[in-house]
Design a protein around this ligand. Sequence first.
Ligand SMILES: Cc1cc2nc3c(=O)[nH]c(=O)nc-3n(C[C@H](O)[C@H](O)[C@H](O)COP(=O)(O)OP(=O)(O)OC[C@H]3O[C@@H](n4cnc5c(N)ncnc54)[C@H](O)[C@@H]3O)c2cc1C
Length: 377
Amino acid sequence: MKSFDVVIIGGGITGLSTAYYLNKMGVKNVLIIEKNYLGSGSTGRCGTGIRQQFTTKEHIVLMRESVKLWKEWENSLEHPIHFKQGGYIWLLRNNEELKQYKNYVKMQNLLGVPTQIISKEEIKEIVPEINTDDIVGASWCSTDGNAYPFEVIDALKFFVESKGTTIKTFEEVKNITLKNGLIQSVITDNDIYYTSFLVNGAGTGAKKTAKIIEIELPLENYRHQIVVSEPLEDFLNPMVVKGELYFTQTHRGRVIGGTDMNESPTDSISTSIDFLEKFATEVVKTIPQLSSIKIMRQWAGSYVVTPDHHPIIGPSEISNFILGCGYSGHGFMLGPIVGKLLASYIIDGKMFLPEADNLTIKRFKEGKLIQEKAVIG
Ligand SMILES: Cc1cc2nc3c(=O)[nH]c(=O)nc-3n(C[C@H](O)[C@H](O)[C@H](O)COP(=O)(O)OP(=O)(O)OC[C@H]3O[C@@H](n4cnc5c(N)ncnc54)[C@H](O)[C@@H]3O)c2cc1C
């Protein structure tokens, strides 16, 4: 009989980060089950961005703490993850946005995030190429940044395997059994594994996975597309955001970014020409010099979205079934802190940040939703 202290469904940032912190905190007998290859879900398809510029206490505090952990990962993981604090420059298109973001900045500052409102002249000092004709200023946080998803996945994989975690790829969870109201085992297309705790880090598959044991998660999958360009000389340090548009430059010189197509929920991750047209138009309006760059690749992935655009983390109705899903488009950046919170919950029975307790599944039953207003892409 194969038995593990913790089984994790999903080999994305949630699964690997949770295994990382479990291993660090002394739990070594961990299994990650991934139906495809590691990073094949949203993690390997994401826009690399890591920011603290949010509009709720829960997101700001979690991201403030996550950035600290990103720094620790950058300094301690054996493989480079290319975490860089190049900042986020959030371009504001009119006085109404400016007023709104002044309030967000106040809240972020009170919670220890050093955001500031900057003028058009100051924007030019940070990115001289930005066209400031149709903007009134920006919200700027120099400690925001980005990291490289597949390098992060590789670095975590290397660490957790060296500590004893087992990783099964190309193996799919098909069923879950309960005994006395608790998770007893996980059945895949290949084997059966007994466990004391089961973590649902299955991304777009999280809703289906929970449904096996009759837990309803209020999640919808939305397609989001993204592109990368040919490599260019280094010119862009921060992530640039303008309305639904976002883009930055990778450590390999490629411009990476996306925009929102305002679509209905779907499981499709096909790509479309109209996305390319919209993205190109918005980017060139923002930095006219980018008009002649070549797009090398376009792909799509899913945002797994909750009704209040906050993740669902921590315990569920079944006390040994732990949730880490529904990030609504910003789960890569939350990966380190969510992994640490879930590991702490499994070991100590509590998440160590009070703000995290507001993000459990309970909030939907109790009608205590917390709306995030700064959602990009
Ligand atoms: C275009 C795009 C841009 C984005 N940009 C950003 C960004 O800039 N910053 C940011 O923070 N976030 C961004 N996101 C969101 C981010 O990618 C996700 O929130 C995050 O990667 C979620 O990680 P995860 O580990 O929870 O899920 P995933 O990475 O999706 O991993 C879940 C894994 O579970 C596996 N799985 C599912 N069902 C089963 C099963 N039954 N058995 C076994 N395995 C299973 C899947 O194959 C998958 O690999 C973006 C997303 C997209 C699509």
